[in-house]
Design a protein around this ligand. Structure first.
Ligand SMILES: Nc1ncnc2c1ncn2[C@@H]1O[C@H](COP(=O)(O)OP(=O)(O)O)[C@@H](O)[C@H]1O
Ligand SMILES: [Mg+2]
Length: 354
């Protein structure tokens, strides 16, 4: 299979008054046709900036430094002008954002926004476009689509609005859908419905999808592969089942432990990842996770581990002493002796989810 999307060594730096923000720092990844790749990491790890760079919404100049390349189906997007790029938007690559209000026009009816997008890319007569709009709204599970096309965004709930943005994104049958935390602003039951809708549409239409989220648990059953981001870098990547069965980065393991079981009661104990997320103005030396890693050794503080293979090229990670290694076992044993959990969290510091 040839990759539909290839990002190679993508770098985005913002030159600010306070210094240089290393938002995306050498990210490489590939996405095959029809594949779902989840990009997961805590907030501030560079997920949105990376996604916007892929879309071409972040460009160099005016204090923004970019490097690396993004190739879509043989076309190097990062070499195109804004005008050339815009031919890909909607028609080939579509983007869904966290807050549907930011992508919907508050003063235009839903139907108008949908038909505009359809007419723009397909040059069908308006009446036909309106009929397609109704069909699209039906396909994203909106009730009474004939009525919805006459409504304004504010007349719909958050979940319904996100269904509308999905319908707009799908209106031109894109081959790649970039979904940046598409459900983070919604409440839990609606989140699951929207994610299931996306998974269903993705499979039905055979689109590739880059699903960006801070919540590892939501992609477990909804992605083929996962790339874990930390401080602007990919720190582990693997097929989803492999990642869950055998995480190698202590950060990935910490993310998994930070996740309460879905079926658990509301007050399930959540082990928070100790320490602060990294400051991208001053990324830590050595392994970027080392200041927070309870299992870090001297080498981790000075030398950054490369992204290396864990048995297969499909599973790669950045860690000197990965989960399961003898050094890792020893460090865990030492933590237990010190009266903290094996993963290094002070036992009294556990937070209770409310
Ligand atoms: N325009 C900008 N100027 C300066 N810093 C920015 C800008 N956009 C994003 N950042 C910084 O880049 C880092 C990564 O942000 P982001 O990609 O939004 O993280 P995530 O989506 O993973 O939460 C953050 O530290 C953020 O403050
Ligand atoms: Mg984000």
């Amino acid at each position: 299979m040839t990759a539909l999307l290839t990002a190679e060594d993508v770098v985005v730096r913002f030159h600010t008054k306070k210094g240089v923000v290393h938002a995306v720092d050498g990210v490489s990844l590939q996405l095959e046709e029809g594949e779902v790749l989840a990009v997961v990491g805590e907030s501030g790890s560079g997920k949105t900036v990376f996604t916007r760079r892929v879309m071409g919404l972040v460009a160099g100049g005016r204090g923004t430094e970019v490097a690396g390349s993004v190739t879509f189906d043989g076309t190097v997007l990062t070499e195109l002008s804004g005008k050339e790029l815009s031919r890909f938007w909607g028609a080939e690559i579509a983007l869904i954002l966290q807050d549907p209000m930011t992508s919907l026009n508050p003063v235009k009816r839903i139907g108008e926004q949908l038909t505009e997008s359809i007419v723009l890319h397909e040059r069908v007569p308006k009446r036909e476009a309106l009929a397609r709009a109704v069909e699209l709204l039906r396909s994203v599970g909106l009730s009474e689509p004939e009525r919805r096309v006459r409504q304004y965004p504010h007349e719909l709930s958050g979940g319904m609005r996100q269904r509308v943005t999905i319908a707009i994104a799908l209106s031109c049958s894109p081959r790649l859908l970039l979904a940046d935390e598409p459900t983070t602003a919604l409440d839990v039951t609606v989140q699951a419905q929207i994610l299931d809708l996306l998974a269903d549409l993705q499979a039905r239409l055979g689109m590739a999808m880059l699903l960006v989220t801070h919540d590892l648990r939501v992609v477990r059953s909804r992605s083929d592969r996962i790339a874990v981001m930390y401080a602007g870098r990919i720190v582990e990547t693997a097929p989803t089942a492999t990642l869950f069965a055998q995480p190698r980065m202590p950060y990935t393991e910490a993310l998994m432990n930070a996740v309460p079981p879905l079926s658990g009661p509301n007050h399930t104990r959540l082990q928070v990842i100790p320490g602060r997320p990294p400051d991208l103005l001053h990324p830590p030396s050595g392994c970027r996770f080392s200041p927070r890693c309870p299992l870090a050794q001297d080498r981790c503080l000075t030398e950054e581990p490369p992204l290396r293979d864990a048995g297969s090229a499909e599973h790669r990670y950045r860690c000197w002493f990965p989960v399961g290694s003898p050094e890792w076992s020893q460090a865990r044993a030492r933590n237990l002796e010190r009266g903290v959990s094996a993963a290094g969290t002070p036992l009294t510091d556990e937070k209770v989810l409310t």
